[in-house]
Write a new protein. Structure first.
Length: 217
């Protein structure tokens, strides 16, 4: 077993939770961590919510209806989270892992592309538009915040959800950008299996060798 803390990551599994309390937990974890704190990956889903990133513009909120809007401190513009969408939050000490933000974004995108390839799906990236796309439709979004050289927030992957709320926004600030979900591309979604695939590819791309699992359901 490795004794190098840089090789270790703690994985927490959650169910479907409200956005804001978990966001506050990420902030608190990041503020409290020090050189002895192990990196963490949180896997979960969210109750319906629109989130505006730090640079988010209200003009990209078109018709939000009864779905709450939260002004978040992540990067990026506006997106939607809801049941049937897989979230991975990444609490990573960049300095310890010798990663820059751009390199981290690339590794996250490649992990998602690796996951899609397991189903025979070709995922692609776009210059200056973080995330992963299938046939010009966005299937996964990224948004990070860095504080004290440590990240929080992370990625969302559309699995098997109601896509209609995306019509109420300019997705990620791009007028007319369409979304797609894994359930539109394969015959059946097994969410626990996809969770494990995402975790496997994130661990591989980020280079961890020792994993501690914690269930928070």
């Amino acid at each position: 077993m490795s004794t190098n803390i840089a090789d270790q990551v703690r994985v927490k599994q959650f169910g479907c939770l409200p956005y804001e309390p978990l966001w506050r937990e990420m902030q608190a974890f990041t503020d409290a961590r020090d050189e002895s704190s192990i990196d963490e990956i949180w896997l979960l889903q969210h109750d319906p919510v629109y989130t505006l990133g730090q640079a988010g513009k209200a003009e990209h909120l078109l018709s939000t209806g009864d779905i709450p809007v939260v002004n978040s401190d992540r990067g990026g513009q506006v997106t939607y989270h809801g049941p049937g969408q897989l979230i991975a939050y990444l609490m990573i000490d960049l300095r310890r892992r010798n990663l820059g933000v751009r390199r981290l974004v690339t590794q996250i995108e490649q992990a998602l592309i690796d996951l899609l390839a397991e189903f025979g799906i070709e995922g692609r990236t776009r210059e200056k538009a973080p995330g992963v796309y299938v046939n010009d439709h966005k299937i996964a979004s990224l948004g990070l915040r860095v504080r004290k050289s440590c990240t929080y927030h992370g990625l969302s992957l559309n699995l098997d959800m109601d896509l209609e709320p995306f019509d109420g926004i300019n997705v990620c600030g791009y007028k007319g950008l369409q979304v797609v979900q894994l359930g539109d591309l394969i015959s059946e979604i097994n969410e626990p299996y996809v969770r494990e695939l995402l975790l496997k590819h994130l661990i591989n791309r980020l280079g961890y060798s020792e994993i501690e699992r914690v269930s928070e359901d």
